[in-house]
Ligand binder design. Structure first.
Ligand SMILES: Cc1cc2nc3c(=O)[nH]c(=O)nc-3n(C[C@H](O)[C@H](O)[C@H](O)COP(=O)(O)O)c2cc1C
Length: 245
């Protein structure tokens, strides 16, 4: 249709990178593109920390369950949801910070996701590959300590960027009919769509891994939402000041 749509639809996560560093000017341009994303009430609640220190990179790779791309990628960014800056401005104007509001937490987290995805698209348009690292939340306190994050700031995810050393197939998505509804949430055909997608994804994994990975979307969802997930997040966020009032 056009180049932007082609770029968006050719996205795939890259987990193996060449040793080539990413030029600082590219990182600046990419983060500027992140800043250009829409932002709730212009709050601009995203802070990006580029982690350059190899020791810190190795430590975060460890926290992320041994994901070596965190240490090896040409660049690694941690995207933080930041209400600290808004608080400073509020208090500068003589206001009192209404800490702990759930709405503020949502606003800040959504802001980060929008900014990060702009960065991802910008990076891909420059020939770089990216890998989000949600696994920084395996031990978010350790990451917050490592990066000296103040109160009202939390690490939402990391992002590896670099020159791809692999060319994986684009991962198929659920059928559009499952995701796009008209006027109301109706799902009588969703089960059939999910079953079809399960077969498609199984085939994708088999091809991609030479038969080593045999899984479906439904099996992955069972593993994901069929048990507790990072239950430490609630108390961690409360300690950061996100008490969800
Ligand atoms: C917020 C977020 C966190 C993620 N965390 C990780 C991660 O820690 N490690 C990883 O290898 N991939 C991670 N991913 C990548 C997803 O696994 C990947 O986007 C998904 O399987 C779809 O594949 P694709 O990006 O190749 O289309 C993450 C993606 C998002 C959006």
């Amino acid at each position: 249709m056009n180049e932007i749509i082609d770029l968006l639809r050719s996205h795939r996560t890259i987990r193996r990178f060449t040793a080539q560093a990413v030029d600082d000017r590219l990182i600046s341009e990419i983060v500027r593109c992140g800043q250009a994303a829409p932002t709730s009430s212009n709050i601009q609640a995203t802070t990006v920390i580029q982690v350059r220190d190899p020791r810190k990179r190795r430590r975060i790779a460890e926290i992320a369950g041994g994901q070596s791309q965190v240490a090896d990628a040409g660049a690694f960014l941690v995207f933080c949801a930041d209400l600290h800056r808004a608080r400073i401005a509020c208090e500068m104007e003589g206001g009192t910070f209404a800490g702990g509001m759930t709405e503020h937490f949502i606003v800040a987290t959504v802001d980060v996701a929008l900014a990060a995805q702009n960065c991802a698209v910008a990076a891909e348009s420059l020939g770089l590959g990216i890998c989000y690292i949600g696994a920084v939340r395996n031990d978010p306190q350790a990451v917050a300590d490592l990066l000296d994050l103040p109160e009202s700031v939390y690490p939402v995810f990391g992002m590896c960027l670099g020159y791809p050393d692999q060319a994986p197939e684009v991962k198929p998505r659920l059928p559009l009919s499952v995701v796009l509804k008209a006027d109301a949430y109706r799902d009588p055909d969703d089960l059939e769509g999910i079953r079809r997608y399960d077969l498609q994804l199984r085939e994708y994994y088999r091809t991609r891994t030479g038969g080593q990975k045999d899984s479906t979307w439904s099996a992955e969802m069972k593993a994901l939402v069929g048990k507790e997930s990072r239950p430490h997040m609630r108390s961690f966020l409360a300690r950061r000041g996100f008490t969800m009032e």
